[in-house]
Each structure stands twice: as structure tokens, then as C-alpha cells.
Ligand binder design. Structure first.
Ligand SMILES: CC(C)(COP(=O)(O)OP(=O)(O)OC[C@H]1O[C@@H](n2cnc3c(N)ncnc32)[C@H](O)[C@@H]1OP(=O)(O)O)[C@@H](O)C(=O)NCCC(=O)NCCS
Length: 203
């Protein structure tokens, strides 16, 4: 992937040395959809970092100020993408939540996927109870297009029966992103949010 620099962040592939930062938030994933990613120890984190380093769709969010990986994004890997469509997702170390970093990173990723990679449609699945992720989608200008009732299960109840999630799909089209018709332009204009300038370098 290309390395993308924003005001506070560098979006780059995972690399050797990231294991402790990855373990810091995957030792106890907060979102049910990421429970399967839970890491037992640093040794597992090192294996996971090596796997991610080879995954084109896996992006580490590196915070310039502290020099650490504070979360990750995914999208645009290519494998399951059809009709110039890809899904995106995000997972931030909770220690760095509520500071606009997820928005800054996701905005740069969407811009990259639309402009540099040429995707036509980007969507995200979000559980109906995950308000921070819904809020992020909305700030990005994504439209809530539907709710799939009892769509997927990540956990079981005490009796071992699957607990099914109601899953929303949010999406945005390239023409909407490019035209600036999305709410993002208004948000940036209104609040002067961080990360309005991005730059990228090819790899
Ligand atoms: C979903 C998730 C990425 C959202 O992260 P986040 O930190 O809440 O998102 P943002 O970066 O948009 O920051 C949100 C808040 O930071 C605050 N903030 C502080 N300084 C800011 C700044 N300079 N710029 C922008 N926002 C700022 C804002 O008040 C904003 O709240 P608002 O949206 O109500 O205005 C995060 O909760 C997460 O990783 N959750 C666990 C994994 C998960 O659920 N993934 C999604 C599965 S579908």
C-alpha cells in the first residue's frame, strides 16, 4: 500500500516492531466483531504483525507524536472486491479514542481508496449497538443503507446458543465523495477538524 501522511498520523503497512502496540489493544478487543482477533501474548502478536505486513488491505495507524501504532484500518485488499466495491473497517486502541484520530485516519483511507485505487463504492458493516462506529460512518458522509436483522453471530449465550447481531450497512459512492456533497466537507468547514491535509508516497 501507499504510505499516507496526515496532520497527526502515518498510515502504513504493519512492520517488525509493532507487536507490543498491536497487543496493547488486541489483548482485549472491545468490539464483538473483533473478538476472534484476540491475542494471548506478545508471541502471538508478533505472528499477527508478520501476517498483517503481507496483507495489502491491512493498514497500521501510527501516531507521529508518540511514535506508536494506535490502531488499524482495513479496506481495498482486492480479494473479495467486486464491481469496484470494497468494505472498510477500523479498530482503535481505546486509550486513543475520542481525539479525532479514527476520523482522521478513516478519511485519509477513503480518499486513497477512491482517488488512488479507483473504487466506486465503499461500505462498512456496523452493529446496531456500536454508536461510535456509526457516528464515524456518518461523519465520513456514509449513508445508512439498511439493517440486516440477526445477520451474524460473534458470541454465544451461557447455554452455548449464538447471539445474533443486527448489522447496519453504511456506504458512500466515489461520485459523492468527489463532489464534496457528503457531510464531511461541512464538518471540516464547521469544526476545523484535524487531518484536512494528506500526502502520500508510493511503495
Ligand atoms: C469506532 C471507533 C474507531 C471510533 O473512534 P473514535 O475515537 O470515537 O472516533 P473519532 O476519531 O471520530 O473521534 C470521536 C471524537 O473525538 C473528539 N475529538 C477530540 N478532538 C478532536 C479533533 N481534533 N478532531 C476530531 N474529533 C476530535 C470529538 O468530540 C469526536 O466526537 P464526535 O464524533 O461526537 O464529535 C472506536 O470506537 C473503536 O475503535 N472501537 C472499537 C472497534 C470498533 O468498534 N470498530 C468498528 C467495528 S464496526
Amino acid at each position: 500500500m501507499q504510505i499516507i501522511e496526515t496532520k497527526h498520523l502515518i498510515l502504513r503497512p504493519f512492520q517488525e516492531g509493532d507487536a507490543a502496540d498491536l497487543f496493547a489493544y488486541l489483548r482485549a478487543p472491545t468490539a464483538r466483531c473483533f473478538l476472534s482477533l484476540k491475542l494471548a501474548d506478545l508471541a502471538e502478536a508478533e505472528i499477527e504483525v508478520r501476517r498483517r505486513a503481507l496483507d495489502e488491505g491491512c493498514v497500521a495507524i501510527y501516531l507521529k507524536q508518540t511514535g506508536q501504532v494506535i490502531g488499524d484500518l482495513f479496506g481495498g485488499a482486492g480479494g473479495e472486491d467486486e464491481d469496484e466495491t470494497t468494505s472498510v473497517g477500523w479498530n482503535l486502541n481505546p486509550q486513543f479514542g475520542g481525539q479525532g484520530y479514527a476520523f482522521e485516519a478513516a478519511r485519509a483511507l477513503l480518499d486513497h481508496l477512491f482517488r488512488a485505487k479507483g473504487f466506486r463504492r465503499i461500505y462498512a458493516y456496523v452493529e446496531d449497538h456500536n454508536k461510535p462506529s456509526q457516528r464515524l460512518c456518518e461523519k465520513l458522509g456514509m449513508r445508512r443503507e439498511g439493517v440486516f436483522i440477526e445477520f451474524v453471530s460473534f458470541t454465544n449465550d451461557d447455554a452455548g446458543n449464538p447471539i445474533y447481531e443486527n448489522t447496519m450497512q453504511y456506504a458512500i459512492l466515489r461520485r459523492e465523495w468527489m463532489s464534496g456533497a457528503s457531510a464531511i466537507g461541512q464538518l471540516l468547514g464547521m469544526t476545523g477538524l484535524a487531518g484536512t491535509e494528506t500526502s502520500s508516497s508510493g511503495t
